[in-house]
Design a protein around this ligand. Structure first.
Ligand code: APR
Length: 250
């Protein structure tokens, strides 16, 4: 890694008054969670339009719910890695929330709870832009529950009878406006945005680092390769998140 870039990244972290971090699937790759668009990524083997859209959910709910049940069972064997933990320690030490994720795997939350120990984990708890696969919600009345194993009959909401589905944002669905607004305010007020393990092609998430830059802040990107956001970054650190983040933040 180019020494000058590294020194500049450390200076930006050291001098930042407010930090926001946006993470994507790449931060969980070292925990065994497949990314979406890389070689071996989910969208290389599966067609999102058949599995992750509201139309697919209406057309063939069984297949969509089985796919998410499969993803849940895989995730249940995954643990937060050194990258998740370094970010959790960083925000716990700063005592100020700033973590925003596109991931639905819940690994940032696990890292926050484990790194916090008896202390309140709140500063390290993520804003989950795309929801969480560990939760269900009603497709009708939006009631939420912890996820349950899929039974033979399709799961129904006890209050309105509509379909229970994973509490994730499917392609073509809008993000929860309150969740998005909280993330947008964090990004706008930050003077440093750490962008970790995302191809930065999915909006509105990919607009958040640009909001930091537009308000005079800097972007530091951590990724194994260049992305749609690299040109907008003040510093681009190339390497695996599990290696770069502890060295940058601890
Ligand atoms: N460390 C750092 N970066 C990594 C690592 C790693 N160990 N492994 C992969 N990456 C990078 C890749 O180079 C790529 O830029 O992570 C990125 C993963 O990109 P995507 O697979 O496109 O995932 P993401 O950006 O999170 O996708 C955004 O798209 O499919 C939807 O809703 C889904 O939240 C997801 C959104």
């Amino acid at each position: 890694m180019e020494q000058g870039q590294w020194r500049e990244a450390r200076r930006l972290v050291r001098e930042a008054r407010r930090v926001v971090a946006l993470t994507g699937a790449g931060i969980s790759a070292e925990s065994g969670v497949p990314t979406f668009r890389d070689a071996g990524g989910l969208w290389r083997s599966y067609r999102p339009e058949e599995l992750a859209t509201p139309e697919a959910l209406i057309r063939d709910p069984r297949t969509v719910l089985e796919w998410y049940a499969w993803r849940r069972s895989r995730l249940s064997r995954c643990r937060p890695n050194a990258g998740h933990r370094a970010l959790a320690r960083f925000f716990l030490k700063r005592g100020e929330a700033g973590l925003v994720t596109q991931n639905v795997d819940g690994l940032h939350t696990h890292a926050a709870l484990e790194e916090a120990g008896d202390a309140p984990p709140d500063p390290a708890l993520p804003i989950e832009l795309h929801g969480a696969v560990g939760r269900d919600r009603c497709n009708g009345c939006e009631t939420r529950w912890p996820a349950e194993p899929l039974a033979d009959s399709l799961p129904r909401c006890a209050s309105c009878g509509d379909l229970r589905r994973p509490d994730v944002v499917l392609f073509g669905e809008t993000l929860d406006p309150e969740v998005l607004e909280r993330a947008r305010l964090l990004a706008e007020r930050a003077d440093l945005c750490l962008v970790v393990g995302t191809s930065a092609v999915v909006y509105p998430a990919a607009a958040l680092p640009l909001a930091t830059r537009e308000s005079g802040g800097h972007i530091v990107e951590v990724n194994v390769r260049s992305t749609a956001l690299t040109e907008a970054a003040t510093v681009a650190l190339r390497g695996e998140a599990g290696t770069v983040l502890p060295a940058l933040l601890d």
